[in-house]
Design a binder for this molecule. Structure first.
Ligand code: NAI
Length: 488
């Protein structure tokens, strides 16, 4: 993986199947198609060299081809080992005008079911360019940004510290794999990441967890380039995180297990944007939903929405489904997993797999794992005093189940998220825009613009303010319609 590769996907012959899906997705992504229309001629991304790390799905294919339609050069990897749709990856690598024998598309490095080493190799590949390095990152979860920051940090300090031993603070298999890839990279070129970091004008970040990492870097004074927080555009987090999950969570559970949700008890950990969508979807299927929360405001919201709010420990033996949506670590511990009722289904839909301690489960004496099918595992827990042998079903090894077991959010909602991404990339690439070394959000007028681009497709008739009304509520007739502190 040392030299910049041209692409690495499962099978280029899947491109035709992927192209059909992309064509249908385009119809469902009016925001992205409107941006192609608006900017196709002026090419605001000419000269942009974008390293993209975001689930390589059909929807992302439409995003990538929107970026190239606006003049950008792009290299792409997935931000999760299970989330790639191989036919979409093939179609993007082949491109609309190429063929499997003569691929002419975008260099994509992604396939469903990567190992962790392959995952970091692919992430490295999007940052290695044949000539000049990338000047923009488009990130989801912050792994590409982390690779550049960590790589540069270790180049500056001269060494990577010794790895923690199993059981020590900070130890994880992923950390060790990441460090191994980084060591190899530093051995190949000891100034690589310093050079790449210096060339990057900015990053636009897709999700809650990645944004959290960026604010941590900014607070520590370690952020190396300006960032745009796309997640906190209203048309992203209040739509994708909520309505997207409302669609793709049951999709993932159904494709993985085909177990009836109606009449069962579903426990949703976290009642933020993702948790709200998850709880609504499960209730919509007829489940009795129980929410766990740490934040009194979100707990009260859940109660007012009619959900029981409980501690996980109190409901372990009643839950048929357990879904984590917190973006936090160790939310479901190995003890919790062992205490669940027989055949409980356990899955995570937050960004990283550290919400559920699957590694801890694997260390429970006598436990064994049966693969039911890829991304669906039964963990058999041996009989214990007074308890019979039982098992639990773990989806996608504790990684994002809507992308591991299904195909992620549907196109229409992703059109909103990705329209924000495209606008953010244009902003960061604009030579006249001055973004200081901090985490920024897009202005509200652009948020409203993204929403506006999606109204016609749904037959929405928007009411217009009269001049008098606009004056009365102190806004412009053309918006923005709300103050910055309004919460939607
Ligand atoms: P959020 O901050 O709105 O919600 C998280 C909620 O979890 C908060 O209300 C918080 O109080 C609660 N929480 C934290 N620790 C907890 C604990 N130990 N027990 C119970 N509740 C706890 O964040 P959002 O936007 O809902 O995102 C959640 C996660 O989902 C993030 O990792 C985000 O990156 C990811 N995400 C995944 C998507 C997918 O397609 N699978 C789509 C969008 C976001």
């Amino acid at each position: 993986s040392e030299l910049p590769g041209r692409y690495k996907v499962r099978d280029l012959s899947l491109a035709a199947a992927g192209r059909h899906q992309i064509r249908l997705a385009e119809h469902e992504m009016p925001g992205l198609m409107a941006l192609r229309e608006e900017y196709g001629e002026s090419q605001p991304l000419r000269g942009a060299r974008i390293a993209g790390s975001l689930h390589m799905t059909v929807q992302t294919a439409v995003l990538i081809e929107t970026l190239t339609a606006l003049g950008a050069q792009v290299r792409w990897a997935s931000c999760n080992i299970f989330s790639t749709q191989d036919e979409a990856a093939a179609a993007v690598a082949v491109g609309p005008h190429g063929s499997p024998e003569d691929p002419q598309g975008v260099p994509v490095f992604a396939w469903k079911g990567e190992s962790l080493t392959e995952y970091w190799d692919c992430t490295e590949q999007i940052l290695l360019w044949p000539e000049e390095g990338p000047n923009l990152i488009l990130d989801d979860g912050g792994d590409a940004t982390m690779l550049v920051h960590e790589g540069r940090r270790f180049e500056q300090t001269g060494a990577i510290p010794a790895d923690p031993e199993p059981g020590e603070q900070g130890y994880s298999d992923e950390l060790l794999v990441f460090r191994t890839v980084l060591r190899r990279s530093l051995a190949a070129d000891s100034q690589r990441w310093t050079r790449i970091a210096a060339g990057i004008r900015g990053v636009s970040e897709e999700t809650t967890t990645g944004v959290h990492r960026l604010y941590q870097l900014a607070a520590a004074g370690e952020l190396l380039f300006p960032a745009i927080n796309v997640n906190d555009s209203v048309t992203k987090s209040k739509f994708d995180n909520r309505y997207g999950i409302r669609h793709s969570l049951p999709d993932g559970i159904n494709r993985a297990t085909d177990i009836l949700i109606g009449g069962k008890v579903a426990v949703v950990c976290g009642y933020g944007d993702v948790g709200k969508g998850a709880a609504e979807a499960l209730r919509g299927q007829g489940a009795r939903v129980i929410v766990t929360e740490v934040d009194p405001i979100c707990a009260l919201q859940a109660a007012m929405d009619g959900y029981q709010v409980a501690r996980l420990e109190s409901v372990l033996d009643s839950g048929d489904f357990f879904i984590t949506t917190t973006g936090n670590v160790d939310v479901i511990t190995a003890d919790h997993l062992v205490g669940m009722k027989n055949k409980a289904v356990v899955g995570n839909i937050g960004h990283f797999d550290n919400e559920i301690d699957i590694a801890g489960l694997s260390r429970v004496p006598g436990v064994r794992r049966e693969e039911i099918k890829p991304q669906v595992h039964e963990w058999v827990i041996p009989a214990d005093e007074g308890q019979e042998e039982k098992s639990i079903i773990v989806l996608s090894e504790g990684r994002l189940l809507n992308l591991g077991n299904a195909t992620g959010h549907p196109s229409f909602v992703m059109s909103n998220s990705f329209a924000n991404q495209v606008i953010a990339q244009i902003e960061l690439h604009d030579p006249n825009a001055e973004y200081d070394l901090d985490v920024h959000r897009l202005p509200k007028v652009l948020d409203e613009k993204v929403a506006r681009l999606h109204l016609d497709a749904l037959g929405v008739e928007l009411t217009e303010l009269t001049k008098e009304q606009a004056e009365y509520i102190d806004v412009d007739v053309a918006g923005p319609y709300k103050s910055e502190h309004y919460r939607y």
